[in-house]
Ligand binder design. Structure first.
Ligand code: SAH
Length: 213
């Protein structure tokens, strides 16, 4: 592989800053984290390319730009508590942790959960807590969460996640009536009022569970 540091600088410049993501903490995280260690070895040379990549079990690590855009939409400040549904490779969780968040992440596929746990340990990302479960039920023990991010697409916003969102709080989730075609939805909770807003088209793998497909 070419120099990962240069690959990352180029990725941030051409795919992320060029498309309007400006949050310095997001850019810093994506410049710093070794994304090539979050994909299978055979795909390491493509880790900084402009798209999603397979991570096994029919799942994918999201495109760098999508990770950046969702992270920026969350408006993370250091010390915030964040819940992620869909750990996958662990890359998105690592970005949020690098931004200073206290991250709780839930994955439903055991193999991916175990691989992510090992990765976090190898990289000494000890602040990220993981759980193997159906994340559409949230993780009630640590609620409320200042921020919630769902990185798989479901038919709607799971009710338990709205309940476990702090007030004020922000949640981002891909929502679609059919599979693999979704709108990215930002849900804001302020003074008990829930306001969803459309943030554009996305294509995520399925959110599978009691409040998913
Ligand atoms: N955030 C990930 C993207 C992973 S793809 C990354 O940075 O790599 C989405 C992941 O969501 C898959 O690993 C899939 O198994 C998981 N998933 C789907 N439905 C889920 C559910 N109900 N609970 C937890 N994880 C789920």
């Amino acid at each position: 592989m070419v120099d990962p540091v240069r690959s990352r600088e180029r990725m941030v410049r051409e795919q992320i800053e060029a498309r309007g993501v400006a949050d310095p903490a997001v850019l810093d995280a994506m410049r710093s984290l070794p994304r090539h260690l979050f994909v299978e070895e055979a795909f390491a040379c493509k880790a900084y390319s402009d798209g999603p990549l397979p991570i096994g079990e029919g799942q994918t690590i999201s495109q760098p730009y999508i990770v950046a855009r969702m992270s920026e939409l969350l408006e993370i400040k250091p010390g915030m508590t964040v819940l992620e549904i869909g750990t996958g490779s662990g890359y998105q969780a690592a970005v949020l942790a690098h931004m200073g968040a206290d991250v709780y992440t839930v994955e439903r596929i055991r193999k991916l959960f175990s691989a992510a746990r090992k990765r976090f340990s190898d990289m000494r990302l000890f602040s990220i807590k993981l759980k193997l479960d159906d994340g559409t039920m949230g993780w009630p023990e640590h609620a409320p969460y200042d921020r919630i991010i769902v990185t798989a697409g479901g038919p709607g916003v799971p009710e338990p996640l709205i309940e476990q969102l702090a007030d004020p709080g922000r949640l981002v989730i891909p929502v679609g009536e059919s599979r693999r075609v979704q709108r990215l939805v930002l849900v804001e909770k302020v003074d008990g009022r829930i306001t969803p807003s459309d943030q554009g088209g996305v294509a995520f793998v399925d959110l599978v569970g009691q409040h998913g497909w």
